[in-house]
Design a protein around this ligand. Sequence first.
Ligand code: AMP
Ligand code: GLY
Length: 437
Amino acid sequence: MNVLLIGSGGREHALAWKLSKSTLLDELYVTPGNPGTVRHGRNVQLDLGDQKAVRNFILEKKIRMVVVGPEAPLVDGLHDRIAADPKLAGVTVIGPKAEGARLEGSKEFAKEFMLRHNIPTAAFRVFGKGQLKEAVAYLDLLGNGPYVIKADGLAQGKGVVIAQGRKEAEQALKEMLGGRFGAASERVVIEQFLKGIELSAFLVTDGNSFKMLPAAKDYKRIGDGDTGPNTGGMGAVSPAPFADRDFMQKVHDRVAAPTIRGLKADGIPYQGFLFMGLMNVNGEPYVIEYNVRLGDPETQAILPRLQSDLMDLFEGIASGTLSERHVDTDDRTCVTVVMASEGYPGEYGTGKPIEGIEAVLNAYVFQAGTAENDQGELVTNGGRVLAVSGFGKDVEQAVANTYRNVVMIDFEGRTVRTDIGKDLVKSQAPKNVTTSA
Ligand code: AMP
Ligand code: GLY
């Protein structure tokens, strides 16, 4: 089967790598791709908003499956346009139609959905333009804070404010309802603050049945010890020891199953990946957000652990027989460390030569913000430049293996967290400690 993969990040490099291992794959095309995806397929330039160009490409290359990495094309209706095109009958899209993509595209929609289907999530209220007074009054009801304030729509990961104090919360409300993120913040969600550990859980579904994929812990802040501004994610660990069998069973029963049932009950067709952003509050899962795609960099930690053929799961989606397929997982731990440009997530320079990738041993390098310059050298071309993923029999060994490889790779301004996974290493209880008097 010929496949078109959409996206250009580390997640898509990992997807291209994993798909390329399948005997069910013939040709893989990636748009726009990056220098990493070239190893596993052909990069092509395609304007996804131009349906005629998309149709011609799919027909000319005999593509039977379109795998969508990021959320934007889904929220934008790419799946709907392909499905509505009579010339493209029989082409499967991995990723939901626009209506299902609202689970990520609209926080209000997602919260109402969870409320309707009894899926555990933080208490909330939604306020629109002209309701600043009511919104501020709701803060009183929530007590001392911290306060969680979210723009309803997609705001490039910047639409969530966790305000420690009342003043900061009011300021955020004023800015958002005042149009800070345009249409995306015309409505805002204010919700209860949840205290716990976050986990990214994933499933694939054909709309009827679903299969859980490995879960991962993401490290969102730029600095060691979870300090500094939020990023797209600076590292990931899969599995996370705190997400034990008991907790994952709760995620399956109380979040995943009612979500897929709820979509069906609401008449919303959904196929592809679902990312459940969870908070583990004293052992109970609460949904913080849904994403209609895989995570980045979580994908770079979970796909190496997936032993099953990803194309086989996708074919299960295409034929509505996912329930008959299997997800087999490597028991080992995979640790992913992102290498970023100096200044990220703020402004950063590009074009810095990247050295040392060839010295990496027993680990994967997934490229993201990279490019080839005129001399054919690999150079930096984005905030998150690449990710290194290594295995170990436990977190401690995986951390050691990954960092041993991270230090091999160098570029000017290379910015790396040095503590990925280290919080999850079982603290070595001191044995036979003797205190001398
Ligand atoms: P979101 O874009 O909804 O994932 O929110 C971004 C980040 O804000 C999350 O990854 C959490 O760290 C934090 N966050 C979101 N909602 C809550 C909440 N209700 N309580 C505590 N932290 C939250
Ligand atoms: N790493 C979080 C995300 O992909 O949204």
